[in-house]
Ligand binder design. Sequence first.
Ligand SMILES: Cc1ncc(COP(=O)(O)O)c(C=O)c1O
Length: 451
Amino acid sequence: MEKTPLYDALTAFAAQHPLRMSMPGHKGKPLPGLDLTGLAAIDFTELPPTGNLFDGGGAIGEAEGLWAEVFHMDSCLFLTGGSTQGVLSALTLACKPGDSILLDRGSHRSAYNALALLDLKPVYLDRPWLAGAGVTGPISPERVEEALAAHPEIKTLCITSPTYYGVLSDLPALGAVMHRHGGLLVVDGAHGAHLPFLGDYGLSEADLLVASAHKTLPAPGQSALLFSNGTFSQADLRRAGSLYGSSSPSYPMMAALDVCRAHMLEGGGEAYRRTADEVVRLRRLFPALTEQDAPLDPARLVLCSPDGYAAQAALQARNVWPEMADGGHVVFIPTCADGKAEFARLEAALGQAALGPCPGYPAPPQPPERVLTPRQALFAPRRSLPLEQAEGQVAVAQVAPYPPGIPVVAPGERLDKKTIAYLTQIGYNTLEDVSVAVLCEAASAPGSRYL
Ligand SMILES: Cc1ncc(COP(=O)(O)O)c(C=O)c1O
């Protein structure tokens, strides 16, 4: 039997029927009109038998240590605010306010928000455009070398791997480049929490790694993990995590992380390997992203379609609900919770969806001129404008259509003619307005900057 120290501590405490004169207000009893008894029984606050996430040690510390072992990392912190909390915490540890950072342009909004909160100066790393597949490829270690040669002051590289489309970057190679330069590799592995149960994907080459248990493992929404190797201690993780996390983290959620690990080691991993086999089979049967396009997460299924939205709608009409679609793809997240019955149902529905080669998308243009820092952009007064009226304006948030799945405009960049033409060409956002900064007249003139 795998150990589940936190879950055991909570259920043992609940079994004592303590008089619960503490948070949460339900006191472990059924909620009026909604029976959550099992959940409520282990929903506690910080008491001696339950421990304290941000103090460290106890059953929580033991449960975190067991997760660290699975990932071959030195330390782990449970997150109850998703990978969003993890990315903010990791960049807070890796960078000092005002530092420059090498950032995957395809980063999630949480990384862009970290730039603003910490006043970081990004040097963006682009990814190769895989025209046939209609997605961006892996981060190239050579491009990282070049960027570090041009910006030797940079000590942190932050990348996403796997991407939403399952594209993996070579973490050992990227880690080696950063470590040779005395820097750190931060990996947003929000979509990769299941990878250690499928093989060695080099995740432990990261100095800091974030993974959303809730995205690909049987774990509840918002549950996620922050890991460190080498430089940062568990106390460092707790200090940074507490900046962005609730001071009342959910015990059922943390216990679910504890039990999830045990489940994965006791049969869940085996089930995941069967799921990966099914994904390989479906990739052969239907037009799909494959290892020939790029190194891929073995469990992510991305099917191609001349009209991804229509394919998604056809599937939804058959009560099959993909994770997302874009103009040329439909993305599915099969997990160890899917068995033979689910795959048979999926396969039957896919036979009815209009799948085929994805339309040729042009490569995203070079990033436009940067006028504001990400911090200035995030905190600038803003207004919304239709895209066609936004030429010359400065974006306060990223404009990130799928494809290409990376921001065409990052916060603080000017929406120029070329960028708007590209967005219009790929059919982006004719309905939604873009958010732009309200600047004084001098700053809004083309060529002028606030930086
Ligand atoms: C690459 C990436 N990083 C971070 C996040 C944030 O994760 P969470 O929803 O767990 O906060 C997401 C969410 O979709 C993501 O796709």
